[in-house]
Ligand binder design. Sequence first.
Ligand code: KDG
Ligand code: MG
Length: 406
Amino acid sequence: MRITDVQVIVTCPGRNFVTVRITTDDGVTGVGDATLNGRELAVASYLQDHLAAQLIGRDPLRIDDIWHYLYRGAYWRRGPVTMTAIAGVDTALWDIKGKVAGLPVYQLLGGRARDGITVYGHASGATVEETVEAAAGYLSRGYRAVRLQSSIPGLDSTYGIGGVAAAGAHAYEPADAALPTENVWDTDAYLAHVPSLFEVARRELGPTPRLLHDVHHRLTPNEAARLGKELEPFHLTWMEDPVPAEMQDGYRHLRHHTTTPIATGEVFSSIYDCQTLITERLIDYIRTTVVHAGGITHLRRIFDLAALYDIRSGSHGATDLSPVCLAAALQVDTAIPNFGLQEYMPHTPETDEVFPHSYRFEDGLMYASEEPGLGVDIDLEKAALYPYKPASLPVNRLRDGTMFHW
Ligand code: KDG
Ligand code: MG
């Protein structure tokens, strides 16, 4: 069996997605997500201009060998663009292997380790009350875990707030322009506000629902330690990305000051980004996922390392990760022993039409497809209806105009 074609498809059914589609000489095809929000064309070029020709003629079943060929074979290793490109290829190869075997991918990863996958939804709102009401809505729809983000009083816009109507679904829509929107950020206003959100949430929602919060990498280690301490009475399942990703020693400081559980890793690209945090048990959940951490092959290695230290998975699942990534993530979630939570933001109907799939959500749990492979595809005709559109995530400046973390 040989690879005969590698297609790189960029489509924008509301937002941009990059998909790798690999075809073999016996007509089997596999798909992989290679979307890097705001840098989509860099990955598309890496795939099209550098990797595609190297794959033609190779045996698609030699997944690990191809992974190492692409990883070790490049002098410039790691980094989000490279690892997202490798992820796209790797995911498509697992899809092909599953189809050849006639089995869903989770069976090739060791088989079912749980009945369903517990996901968390995004509750957000302009006020504390609106946010808590949105969270109550999620719980009434069967969700067992909810992330709460509310607007910060005094700031015109807050990243990740979708409003009640959108129920968080559009919280991460990039502005429809090449130039990013510039938001104002104020750490003092943020720190003064968040504990009150969780105080009200616990009072209204009770002691048992799993509540989460995303800091989006905006605090210093000491500020994050203060927030973690102040949130302790409200027993969060996790506080996410408290400090900038490159500030890994900040997690050691945090660990010494708070028992609020920590989740991080959605912007990590390799096991080397996770190694210290895992082996020193500085975090509780590792949030790497298929598309940005080198595909199913590499993600499995990260989760196996984490399992040794009793650290659980909490894979990223915002809507800039395509249904192909979600389908693959659910296959991994089904099989690993140390699954924690899976983030879930439903895609728009247009996106779901471009990427037909058979995973499903029911009563707070998701279920991976039972079809051979990943159980997801790309409809090429529909994808062609939505050409690429330049779009950017917002950036942040402090009130005095100083550039801050995005
Ligand atoms: O592309 C960036 C988004 O996916 C990210 O900011 C969303 O933080 C996020 C989350 O936890 O889903
Ligand atoms: Mg996040």
